[in-house]
Ligand binder design. Structure first.
Ligand code: COA
Length: 393
């Protein structure tokens, strides 16, 4: 396996983007990523497009997006792994460089979700669970699925709705400093606690929103990375796993087995011992506030049942054990499904290069960052470790 580095990153403004079509939105971040890497289309060997789609008419989004970005006739494909599509696309690009098939690969994640009314989008996302049994028979929605995790967690460990609210408060606080975030406003405990229930115990401010947006990264082999930049950020390990689509077959509702397996595999590949103090930051999949607490435990940042105490003690703000979601997370930055994983890797890359303006820049001490990206309700899980140092690969 060859070493692979991130050499460029870009992201569009997230939010309601009626001003741009899917291809135009994708180009915004592809252009930024190419400029950041100092390359043009001819330098790219292939490109991967991460989009879940279903909201609009494009049936062949990869060629449609690629052509607009000036990348035709390069090899391409669309990758889909629900909300983890972005990480799956990076995994694909990483594999083709590590194996020697390509030297420079562009990855773009793009989604336009607000073209459908929210009720339609919520129904479409709901079908991402077990369609015939859970969706058709019981009308499960995504907030409904994560509400099952929340009720199990609160009941088993004695956490409260206020502990969930702490995640929303933190992520909106950091989102308020991110000019590309969908919501750039802080929220307080009263606002979270008095927001309307969506699926008890989850309230509006416990949920990620419906979002349009794109993000892109350029990955390169070591030889190309050394030519292009003096500070490549190395992908030290990607771990991936899948979980049953059937909620009634899950072992329990207080964690995601696929996330634990993906973390174990990523840590092994990267030679990382799992000590959260060695990471400078983590971007985790907070599609609902409960999901961030589960992530703390699945990733080994805290013991089982201890995640809510980390939140209570403010341990995942800057200055704590490990800053989490300095981008604002899915909660405040927004969650354009196919773009999310790509935007997380872009964020950690910029953070490790100390390129973030203002107080949401992490203190970079060890040069390590982590991305945790979940698809469905734990159907897909990807954990990626990035570092300033190439290591002994
Ligand atoms: N956080 C904060 N504010 C939100 C919000 C959120 N998640 N979602 C919507 N809002 C705001 C909107 O900006 C809007 O504000 P405005 O009236 O000032 O313009 C208002 O709330 C109503 O927006 P609307 O789109 O009508 O909300 P809704 O009540 O129909 O839908 C949810 C809210 C939470 C049900 C919907 O956003 C949702 O389903 N989110 C989860 C998406 C999901 O499952 N993603 C996949 C996860 S893996």
């Amino acid at each position: 396996m060859r070493s692979v580095a991130v050499v460029g990153a870009g992201q569009s403004k997230f939010g309601r983007r009626n001003d741009a079509r899917l291809d135009e939105l994708a180009w915004e971040s592809v252009k930024q990523a190419m400029d950041d890497a100092g390359i043009v289309q001819n330098d790219i060997d292939s490109f991967v497009v991460s989009t879940v789609g279903g909201w609009s008419a494009e049936l062949l989004p990869a060629v449609f997006v690629g052509e607009y970005c000036g990348l035709e006739p390069k090899p391409t494909m669309r990758v889909e792994a629900a909300c983890a599509s972005g990480s799956a696309a990076i995994y694909q690009a990483y594999s083709s460089i590590a194996s020697g098939l390509a030297d420079v690969v562009a990855v773009v994640g793009v989604e336009k979700m607000t073209e459908s009314p929210t009720s339609v989008a919520v129904e479409l996302i709901g079908r991402a669970g077990n369609y015939f049994w859970e969706f058709e028979n019981f009308g499960m929605t995504f907030p409904g699925y994560y509400a099952l995790y929340a009720t199990a967690y609160l009941s088993k460990y004695g956490a409260t709705e206020k502990d969930l609210a702490e995640i929303a408060i933190k992520n909106h606080y950091y989102g308020s400093m991110n000019p590309k975030a969908q919501f750039q406003k802080k929220v307080n405990l009263d606002e979270v606690m008095s927001s309307k229930y969506v699926a008890w115990p989850l309230k509006l401010l416990d949920c990620s929103p419906i979002t349009d947006g794109s993000a892109a990264v350029i990955l390169a082999s070591e030889k190309m990375a050394r030519k292009l930049t003096k500070d490549p950020i190395w992908i030290r390990g990607i771990g991936a796993a899948s979980g049953t689509a059937n909620m009634s077959l899950r072992e329990d509702f207080v964690g995601l087995k696929a996330a634990r397996l993906a973390a174990k595999s990523a840590y092994q590949r990267a030679g990382f011992d799992g000590d959260p103090k060695k990471l400078d930051l983590a971007e985790v999949h907070d599609c609902f506030t409960i999901a961030e607490l589960l992530a703390y435990e699945d990733l080994g940042f805290s013991r089982k049942g201890g995640g809510f105490k980390m939140a209570r003690e403010g341990q995942t703000y800057k200055g704590g054990v490990l800053p989490v979601n300095l981008s604002g997370g899915l909660k405040a930055k927004g969650h354009p499904i196919g773009a999310t994983g790509v935007s997380m890797v872009g964020e950690v890359t910029r953070q490790l290069k100390s390129q973030i303006k203002g107080d949401r820049q992490a203190d970079i001490r060890n040069g390590w960052g982590l991305v945790h990206n979940i698809g469905g309700t734990g159907h897909y899980a990807y954990v990626t470790l990035l570092s300033q140092d190439k290591g002994g690969q």
